[in-house]
Ligand binder design. Structure first.
Ligand code: PEP
Length: 247
C-alpha cells in the first residue's frame, strides 16, 4: 500500500473575522505544488465566505466541530450537513478543547464521526493524553483507547485522519521528542490496522501541538507522521506556509 497522502490542517479555533479571509487567500496563493493536501478550519461563521474565497484553489475548508444529529432542537449547535452545505469538506472532531471543555466522550466523538460521514465530510479525529497521564506512563494506553472508542466501524474504507495531539503540547510551545511522537504514531497505526485491516494503513496520522516553522520539518519527516494539525501558527499565512513547505 502506498504511503497516505499527507494533510496539513490549520485550526483557527475562535479566532478570525471577515478581514482574516485575506490571510486564507494568501495561504492559497502560497501553497504552490506542495506534495500534500492543505486545509483551513475557520470559525463556523466564516465557513461559507472562506469556501467561496478559496474555491478553485488547492486549499480545502473544514469545520472545527459538528453535532452528532443531522438537525433538531440543539440551540447554538451546527450539524455536519450544514457545514457541508456551505462548502466544508472536512471536520475536526474530538479536539481536546471539546473533550475537556464540553465533556465530549469517545462515544460522542464516534457519533459525530458517523454524522460527518452521512454529510460527506472527512473527519479529522483528535486524540491525546494529558501531562499527568504521560507522567504516569499511560500515554499509549490512553491514546489507543481513544482511537478504539472514537472511530466508528463505518469509517472502514472511508477517507479520514487521526490527529495525535498531546494535550500538554497544545498552545504551550512544548512538544514531545521525535521518538516519543513516533512511538505514539506507530501505536495508532497498529490500532487502525487492528480495527480496519489493511485499510487501516491509508489514513494519515497527523501530529498536533505547538507545530511551528522551526520544528515542522523534523516532525513532518518522522515515522508514521502524515501531516499536522496546526493551531496558533496557522493564523499567519507566512508561518503556516513555512510549515506546509516543510512537507
Ligand atoms: C490545536 O489546537 O489543534 C493545536 C495543535 O494548537 P497549537 O498548534 O497552537 O498548539
Amino acid at each position: 500500500m502506498t504511503a497516505p497522502t499527507p494533510l496539513i490542517a490549520g485550526n483557527w479555533k475562535m479566532n478570525g473575522l471577515s478581514a482574516s479571509l485575506a490571510e486564507a487567500e494568501a495561504i492559497a496563493r502560497g501553497v504552490g505544488d506542495c506534495p500534500g493536501r492543505v486545509a483551513i478550519c475557520p470559525p463556523a461563521v466564516l465557513t461559507h465566505q472562506m469556501a467561496e474565497a478559496l474555491s478553485g484553489t488547492r486549499v480545502l475548508v473544514g469545520g472545527q466541530d459538528a453535532h452528532w444529529d443531522d438537525f433538531g432542537a440543539f440551540t447554538g449547535d451546527i450539524s455536519a450537513e450544514m457545514l457541508a452545505d456551505v462548502g466544508a469538506k472536512l471536520v475536526i472532531l474530538g479536539h481536546s478543547e471539546r473533550r475537556e471543555g464540553y465533556r465530549e466522550t469517545d462515544e460522542i466523538v464516534a457519533k459525530k464521526a458517523q454524522a460527518a460521514l452521512r454529510a460527506g465530510l472527512e473527519p479529522i479525529v483528535c486524540v491525546g493524553e494529558t501531562l499527568a497521564q504521560r507522567k504516569a506512563g499511560e500515554a499509549l494506553a490512553v491514546v489507543t483507547g481513544q482511537v478504539r472508542g472514537s472511530l466508528p466501524p463505518e469509517l472502514a474504507g472511508q477517507a479520514f485522519s487521526v490527529a495525535y495531539e498531546p494535550v500538554w503540547a497544545i498552545g504551550t510551545g512544548l512538544t514531545p521528542t521525535t521518538p516519543e511522537i513516533e512511538e505514539v504514531h506507530r501505536a495508532i497505526r497498529a490500532t487502525l490496522v487492528e480495527m480496519f485491516g489493511e485499510a487501516g494503513r491509508a489514513p494519515p496520522i497527523l501530529y498536533g501541538g505547538s507545530v511551528k516553522p522551526g520544528n515542522a520539518a523534523e516532525i513532518l519527516h518522522a515515522d508514521e507522521v502524515g501531516g499536522a494539525l496546526v493551531g496558533g501558527a496557522s493564523l499567519k499565512a507566512a508561518d503556516f506556509l513555512a510549515i506546509v513547505q516543510a512537507l
